[in-house]
Structures are given as structure tokens and as C-alpha cells.
Design a protein around this ligand. Structure first.
Ligand code: AMP
Ligand code: TRP
Length: 333
């Protein structure tokens, strides 16, 4: 059986990378898979400090963005992680399955912990084990994410394989990453070498899902580019990370391929291209933003979706957690 699971952290500043790398693909996949769970991973969020009131508000905002983008709450399970206890239970068991050496290799921990890793939370270190638990609690098989999550999904495969080896073959499926489309790694508008990120201190580095039309156009106009114009299709974007990023965003938003975009704009300066890209971004994002505002004004509804979703998720997770506890040898009467 095929089952999709994916998640997004409610850490504020949901951006174009989250949309193009993840959420937009969820919208497409819901037509091909009848069994999809989409989770607002609030337990992952607190691996770095979150103000409690902001966390609650961001959880509703993230769910609103998912639905506004077209994730249908009546066909999929939309919920927040902390409302289903099985995530924490399975994560603990996985803490005892995963090896320190495996976690030591995780590049995201190194990036997020920075120089002073002694001060990082233990949760930040164990983060990938909780992510494996998220997916495997539902025996999820397919996981649509952006490029940056590839290493975490490899770890989830290793955890599933080791659990199956130690406690019983075929308890868990080996998950398939789905890294789809041209928008799997959107870079910062200020630096073509770092990815667009919620936590970048410069707001000009990203297009937030809540940015108004004026800000979107201004941010694209101010995006860093090199002094050369856009290359022709033959020359290509090799060694031109900032140009490649803008062309990639254009292609992803327009549903065209890179070569096609270059055949139209190659040889021109960035001025016109940025103008057209800004308008395209506004055009594609504004209907989502209108719907997001409408949903955010109805917090009772969005909260109810999350709570109903948690009940549905809990019903799927229950038998899995029982099976796992039996396999591990936990007594229960
Ligand atoms: P996060 O914001 O870390 O919770 O990420 C939520 C989803 O968005 C994950 O599937 C990420 O891989 C994806 N994502 C985050 N940043 C980017 C980016 N700059 N480009 C493409 N996908 C991204
Ligand atoms: N770690 C993911 C991110 O930051 C979010 C996430 C948590 C996730 N659990 C997941 C994604 C399970 C896919 C499946 O982007």
C-alpha cells in the first residue's frame, strides 16, 4: 500500500521555497494517492526556541497556508504532530535504534547548531529520529520534500531497516523520497550559495507567503545578480548561481523548463526579466495569499481541521504503535 507523509515546521516566515519545494507538490500528489497525511511538526519546531504564543499562531498559519495552496482537508489528513502521542513514543524507540555515528553525519544539525554545538538542544540532535518516527508511525511509503531533507530520509530508511532486522522483518516499509520538479532547492535572493530559509535574518533574502505584491516585486528587483545579463540557452547557467536561482524560480512558477525560459530571455539584461518574474510571482501567489488571509481570520475552523485530523491520524497510528510495543517486548495487559 502507498501512503504519503510529509511535514512542515511552524516556525514562521513560510516562504517560496517551502511552497515550490514541498507544499505545491502535495497539492498535485493528493490526486494520485488516496492516502495522504500532512503534518504541522510543532515538536520539531521546539528543537530551537519558540515563543509559545508565536508557536500556537504559526501552527494555525502553517495549516492555513497548506489549505490555501490547495491541500484539501476533506481528502487528506491535516494535523499537528503534538496532538498525536505516538510521534513521541515511536521517536523514543528510534532513539534506541539509531546509532550516534549515524546522527553525527547529519549536515542539518551542523548548520543549525553552528559553532557552539555544546549549547544546542538534545532535541535538535535527535531531530532526524523524530522525523523517521513521523513517517513510520503511519507506515508511510512516499515522502515529498525539498532537496535539503534527502539525508534525513536516508536516515529514516536506515532506522526502518535496522528495526526490521532487530525486531522483525517487514515491520516498516523503506520510505521513498519524492524530490520533485524544478523548485526543490530555492536559494536566498541575497546569496546564491545558501538556501532560502525561514531563519535568515535578512527578510530580503526570501519571499514570504505573507508578503504583499509591492514587497514581492521589490525583493525580486533587489535580488543579487552578477554583472552579466542572462545567458543564452547554449551557454547555460553553470557557475551563475544567482541567475540560475531566478531562472529556476521563473521556470517553477510558470511550469516551464529552464531551457525554454533561457530561449526567451537569454542575452537580455536582468531588468526586464526581474520585472516579469516579479509580476509572475505576484500572479501565482496572490490567490493563495487571499485564501490564506481568509482562513487565518477563521481560527476556529483551522483549529478544528487540525484536531479532527489528529483524531484520524491517531486511529491509523494506534495499531502501529501497539505492534511496535509488542515487537520490542513492552509488557501491557
Ligand atoms: P521547513 O521549513 O524546514 O519545515 O521545510 C518544509 C519543507 O519545505 C521541506 O520539505 C523542505 O525540504 C522544503 N524547503 C525548505 N526550504 C526550501 C528551499 N529553500 N527550497 C526548496 N524547498 C525547501
Ligand atoms: N524536517 C522537515 C523539514 O524541516 C519537516 C519534517 C518533519 C518532515 N517530519 C517530517 C518532512 C516527515 C517529511 C516527513 O523540512
Amino acid at each position: 500500500m502507498k501512503r504519503i507523509f510529509s511535514g512542515v515546521q511552524p516556525t514562521g516566515n513560510l516562504h517560496l521555497g517551502n511552497y515550490l519545494g514541498a507544499i505545491r507538490n502535495w497539492v498535485r500528489l493528493q490526486d494520485d494517492f488516496d492516502d495522504c497525511l500532512f503534518c504541522v511538526v510543532d515538536m520539531h519546531a521546539i528543537t530551537v526556541w519558540q515563543d509559545p504564543d508565536h508557536l500556537r499562531a504559526n501552527t494555525l498559519e502553517t495549516a492555513s497556508a497548506m489549505m490555501a495552496a490547495g491541500v484539501d482537508a476533506s481528502r487528506n489528513v491535516i494535523f499537528n504532530q503534538s496532538q498525536v502521542a505516538g510521534h513521541a513514543e515511536l521517536a523514543w524507540i528510534f532513539n534506541c535504534v539509531a546509532r550516534l555515528g549515524w546522527l553525527e553525519r547529519m549536515t542539518q544539525f551542523k548548520e543549525k547548531a553552528g559553532k557552539d554545538k555544546e549549547r544546542a538542544s538534545v532535541g535538535l540532535y535527535a531531530y532526524p529520529n523524530l522525523m523517521a518516527a513521523d513517517i513510520l508511525l503511519y507506515k508511510g511509503t512516499h515522502v515529498p520534500v525539498g532537496e535539503d531533507q534527502k539525508q534525513h530520509l536516508e536516515l529514516a530508511r536506515d532506522i526502518a531497516a535496522k528495526f526490521n532486522h532487530d525486531y522483525g522483518q517487514e515491520t516498516f516499509p523503506i520510505v521513498e523520497p519524492m524530490i520533485l520538479g524544478t523548485g526543490t532547492r530555492i536559494m536566498s535572493l541575497k546569496n546564491g550559495a545558501s538556501k532560502m530559509s525561514k531563519s535568515d535574518p535578512s527578510d530580503l533574502s526570501r519571499i514570504n507567503m505573507t508578503d504583499d505584491a509591492g514587497s514581492i516585486i521589490r525583493k525580486i528587483r533587489k535580488a543579487v545578480t552578477d554583472p552579466d545579463g542572462l545567458p543564452s540557452e547554449e551557454v547555460g547557467l553553470e557557475g551563475r548561481p544567482e541567475a540560475a536561482n531566478l531562472v529556476g524560480i521563473f521556470a517553477a512558477l510558470a511550469g516551464r523548463d529552464i531551457a525554454d525560459v533561457l530561449s526567451q530571455f537569454g542575452g537580455q539584461g536582468f531588468g526586464t526579466f526581474k520585472q516579469v518574474l516579479g509580476e509572475l510571482a505576484v500572479d501565482k501567489l496572490s490567490p493563495i495569499q487571499d485564501e490564506m488571509r481568509r482562513l487565518m481570520a477563521d481560527q476556529t475552523y483551522v483549529g478544528q481541521v487540525l484536531t479532527d485530523g489528529a483524531v484520524q491520524a491517531g486511529a491509523i497510528a494506534g495499531p502501529v504503535i501497539e505492534e511496535v510495543k509488542d515487537r520490542v517486548g513492552f509488557f501491557r495487559s
